[in-house]
Design a protein around this ligand. Structure first.
Ligand SMILES: [Zn+2]
Length: 120
């Protein structure tokens, strides 16, 4: 083989190596995306499970100090959120429909969502 043949073969080998590396990078990217998607899905499922347990399993977990503590933390955060939401509603001159929860102007006589009479 001549020098030219060696150069051609080396260039071909180099191209194959680069192609293989690019393929591996694509594979790794796809795998990372798949892992990230599964992690996102798992987070959603854990959240759904947490909501279910929070709403339906209080009595059966009453002896579980850790579960009771975590539920109490959520209760506290919800109560803080509700207080802030009420403050926000008051500052915006809005009222919250006692039936559906939709916010309306304090001048509205009826809820625009469900028709409930909004009295002062
Ligand atoms: Zn309403």
């Amino acid at each position: 083989m001549g020098i030219l043949d060696d150069v051609v073969i080396n260039a071909k080998t180099a191209a194959e190596v680069v192609g293989k590396k690019a393929g591996q990078i694509v594979d790794v990217s796809k795998l990372r995306i798949n892992v990230a998607e599964l992690n996102a899905e798992l987070s959603k499922r854990f959240e759904a499970l947490g909501n279910y347990v929070y709403e339906n399993c209080r009595e059966s977990l009453a002896e579980d100090a850790e579960a009771v503590g975590k539920m109490a933390e959520i209760d506290e955060l919800m109560s803080q959120r509700d207080a802030l939401t009420k403050e926000l509603v008051d500052k915006q001159n809005k009222v919250v429909c006692p039936v559906c929860g939709k916010q309306s102007s304090t001048t509205a006589l009826y809820c625009s969502n469900c028709g409930t009479k909004l009295s002062e």
